[in-house]
Design a protein around this ligand. Structure first.
Ligand SMILES: Cc1ncc(C[n+]2csc(CCOP(=O)(O)OP(=O)(O)O)c2C)c(N)n1
Ligand SMILES: [Mg+2]
Length: 276
């Protein structure tokens, strides 16, 4: 039975008109619905976490249990959720400031731990909720109230870092292509291991590049690549070429639960934090 209607909430929508967040939210609801039908699981079998920011409002608008976490701490919250209850389908929503600045160390280590979770990053290339300061993915020269003479640092390429770090599943989507976005979210959620999806989301109030990213892009062929081939793909946009979208890299690795016992297993063994 479809869970889609039950994923709505009656929280007031405060995203700006025209924001890609609306489209992403719809695609996420569809993807959760597909997964629930295919795996025959309930709405209650999903768990989510979000960071703090415009993206964090996913927690208000998606009727899934979980944690409205701290700024930058979505990933440790997801990892802890999965250790606590491995049967949950765990998905997180972070901002680019959230994930690539404050939370960057978690991003690196999540790849190494390879928990069976999905991380979606709303990459609007700005700290939007706090009114437009530069994040690590802001373009060099980006002008804001906090950087009136233009941001002086070069932008970080999070996909390059993810692939270099051996992240099990690395993808990027633009929600303006709704069908592809839903399809890749579903693939990410079905993936056994850490799946990471960067979402192109030009902020309509503070950034940049709206026409460029909506017009100058192409979809990558859906095929396996070596890490070097995938790295090359992640660098195309930096070189001023078209923006590649789709799955850059996927490689099965041993997931965290095969290496670490869950809390309930430790409890059964009479070990771990539950000993009194
Ligand atoms: C530990 C901590 N540091 C800073 C903040 C202030 N803060 C709240 S929202 C936000 C901006 C979030 O930017 P991003 O993660 O990119 O999300 P967006 O609003 O762009 O979706 C910041 C810096 C905070 N709440 N907590
Ligand atoms: Mg942001």
């Amino acid at each position: 039975m479809s869970i889609k209607k039950n994923l709505d909430t009656d929280a007031e929508m405060t995203w700006c008109p025209g924001c890609n967040n609306f489209i992403l939210l719809s695609a996420v609801k569809n993807a959760l619905d597909t997964i629930s039908e295919e795996k025959n699981i309930r709405r209650e079998d999903f768990s989510m976490a979000s960071g703090i920011g415009c993206h964090g409002k996913m927690f208000d608008y998606l009727n899934v249990g979980g944690v409205y976490s701290l700024h930058g701490r979505v990933l440790p919250t997801l990892v802890g959720t999965k250790i606590g209850n491995p049967s949950l389908e765990v998905i997180g929503f972070g901002g680019d400031g959230d994930t690539y600045s404050e939370g960057m160390s978690h991003f690196i280590h999540a790849s190494r731990f390879n928990p069976d979770i999905t991380m979606v990053v709303h990459n609007n290339r700005v700290f939007a909720l706090t009114t437009g300061q530069a994040t690590p993915t802001s373009e060099e020269g980006f002008e804001s109230k906090a950087q009136p003479e233009g941001h002086s640092d070069p932008a970080l390429n999070p996909l390059e870092i993810a692939v270099a770090n051996g992240t099990s599943f690395v993808a990027r989507v633009n929600p303006r292509d709704f069908g592809k976005t839903q399809e890749i979210l579903e693939k990410a959620m079905k993936w056994d291991g850490f799946s990471y999806v960067d979402v192109i989301m030009p902020c309509r109030k503070y950034t940049q590049n709206i026409e460029e990213v909506n017009e100058k892009f192409y979809w990558l062929e859906d095929k396996d690549r070596t890490r070097d081939e995938a790295l090359e793909k992640t660098r195309e946009w930096d070189r001023g070429e078209k923006l590649p979208l789709g799955i850059f890299y996927r490689k099965k690795k041993r997931v965290m639960s095969e290496r670490k016992k869950s809390l309930s297993e430790l409890r059964e063994d009479g070990k771990g934090w539950h000993q009194t």
